[in-house]
Every structure is written in structure tokens, then in C-alpha cells.
Design a binder for this molecule. Structure first.
Ligand SMILES: NC(=O)c1ccc[n+]([C@@H]2O[C@H](COP(=O)([O-])OP(=O)(O)OC[C@H]3O[C@@H](n4cnc5c(N)ncnc54)[C@H](O)[C@@H]3O)[C@@H](O)[C@H]2O)c1
Length: 249
């Protein structure tokens, strides 16, 4: 039997929206596996907190305040990267949930600009910053179970997350010959600071709908991202890994 153990020594990752939540756990997991990580996030406050929490990895981690909706902001951050990139995790995302009847153009534009155009901005800007000699370049896009199945009150979010999957599959076809794999992860209900603030009864009701009877953890998502980022995942390309406890079955 082969035991998989991922080492990211000498690997450099850019992770967007990584100052908190799922992205933070992905960053922490890479750092614990020996990788170097650039955390791109637009929240100054979240970056300050993350800096303190990651103080022990000071030599491995680099922070930049970046708004993924702004091409110029991405270009500035890419120019400031201290190394060539091996792995990009497009994780930054927002919600503006409302029924279609109540959803405004602003709600639509904010979510599409961050969750879909943001990926284009970051990926396009970084495309020239990847390690040209690496045959194991990786792009992992964080979609959502909602992008596969839709969800009441999330027209904007579901459209963006479905778009992420289309973009993932197309880039997998275009970039495969250039030493990349491009994949997506579709999380289900994940416990984050946001869900932790919800009433226990609501969380229990959500968990009871999941076959494995719990919400996902940020580590569940980070584990899938690390697998897809590893050299062992070299033949996994253009796929969507659902990490949702079987919620959609
Ligand atoms: N939490 C869940 O249950 C869940 C489920 C499915 C998918 N997801 C997806 O996972 C990703 C992370 O979600 P999370 O729950 O950790 O959210 P979160 O709100 O805790 O973290 C998102 C991070 O993205 C950053 N961000 C937002 N807009 C940005 C922008 N324009 N530029 C740069 N940074 C920006 C925020 O500052 C924040 O640090 C998102 O793409 C989300 O859609 C989450």
C-alpha cells in the first residue's frame, strides 16, 4: 500500500481570500506542509489578524492587500510576488443572497465581479508569473455545491459558481499541454465564523440533512485542495471534487 504524504517544500502558492475562513485553513495547511504562501485578501483587518496567527511561519508567508475585482490591484500584487508561482487557489468569494424577485443589479454585479470575474483577473494576471520550468503547475478554483445544483435565494452566487466550473474545464483543456492541471472543489455546508454565529438549532437542522450528519470543516476543504495541488494528483484534470458529505444525494 502507498501512503500519500504531501510535501510542498520548494513550492509557492498564491491563495486569494486567505486571510480568514476556508482560505486561511488552506494557507495554514500549505505552510504546515513546507510550502511558501502568498495570501491575497482585500480585508486589512483580516490580514492583520492572520499575520498574528501565522507569526510562526513568518519566513514562509507573504501578504498582499488585493481586491480581486480590480485588475490593477491584481497586477500590483503579482509584480510584488517574491517568487515564481507553482500553485494558485482561487478562493475569494462573497454572497449577497436574496430571492430573484428581490435581487438588485448591485447584488448581481457584486457577486459576479468577485466570484467569477475575480478569478479571471487573478488567473490572467498570474499566468505570466508561474514557474516556467515546472511540469506540475496547479490551479484550484473554489466553486460550490450550489454551482452544480442551484439554490433558492442565490441566483447570482449559483451563476458565478457554475461559471467557475465552466472556466475550470476550459482552462484544463487549454493549459494541460503547458504543464498545468486545473480543477475545482465544490464545498457543501462548511462551518466558518459565519455559520458559528448561527443558532445551534439552525446548525443542527442543517447537519441533519447531510448523510454524514455534520457540517464540513475548513480542513475537509483544505485536504481536497492539497491533494489536487500535489504532484500525486498529476492525472486529475478538469474535474470538480464535491466535498459536501453527500448532501446532494
Ligand atoms: N462557507 C461555506 O459553507 C462555503 C460553501 C461553498 C463554497 N464556499 C466558498 O469558499 C470560499 C471561501 O468561503 P468562506 O466561507 O471561507 O468565506 P469568508 O467570508 O470567511 O472568507 C472569504 C475571504 O475572501 C475575502 N474577499 C472577499 N472579497 C474579496 C475581494 N474582492 N478581493 C480579495 N479578497 C476578497 C474576504 O476578505 C475573506 O477573507 C468562497 O469562494 C465561498 O464562496 C464556502
Amino acid at each position: 500500500m502507498v501512503n500519500l504524504k504531501f510535501s510542498f517544500a520548494n513550492k509557492n502558492a498564491v491563495i486569494t481570500g486567505a486571510a480568514q475562513g476556508i482560505g486561511f485553513q488552506i494557507a495554514l495547511s500549505f505552510l504546515q506542509s513546507g510550502g511558501q504562501v502568498a495570501i491575497w485578501d482585500y480585508s486589512e483587518q483580516a490580514i492583520e489578524t492572520a499575520k498574528k496567527e501565522l507569526a510562526q511561519f513568518a519566513g514562509q508567508v507573504h501578504f498582499a492587500q488585493v481586491d480581486v475585482t480590480q485588475k490593477e490591484s491584481c497586477e500590483k500584487a503579482a509584480a510584488g510576488l517574491p517568487w515564481a508561482c507553482d500553485i494558485l487557489v482561487n478562493n475569494a468569494g462573497i454572497t449577497r443572497d436574496k430571492s430573484f424577485a428581490k435581487m438588485t443589479f448591485e447584488d448581481w454585479n457584486a457577486v459576479i465581479n468577485t466570484n467569477l470575474t475575480g478569478l479571471f483577473n487573478v488567473t490572467k494576471t498570474l499566468s505570466e508569473k508561474f514557474n516556467a520550468t515546472s511540469t506540475h503547475k496547479r490551479i484550484i478554483n473554489i466553486s460550490s455545491v450550489v454551482g452544480l445544483y442551484g439554490n433558492f435565494g442565490q441566483t447570482n452566487y449559483a451563476a458565478a459558481k457554475a461559471g467557475v466550473i465552466g472556466m475550470t474545464k476550459t482552462l484544463a483543456k487549454e493549459l494541460g499541454r503547458k504543464g498545468f492541471t486545473v480543477n475545482a472543489v465544490a464545498p457543501g455546508f462548511i462551518a466558518t465564523a459565519m455559520t458559528n454565529a448561527m443558532p445551534k438549532e439552525t446548525l443542527d437542522a442543517m447537519a441533519s440533512k447531510v448523510p454524514v450528519q455534520r457540517l464540513g470543516s475548513t480542513s475537509d476543504i483544505a485536504n481536497a485542495v492539497l491533494f489536487l495541488s500535489s504532484e500525486q494528483a498529476a492525472y486529475v484534470n478538469g474535474t470538480v471534487i464535491s466535498v459536501d458529505g453527500g448532501i446532494v444525494l
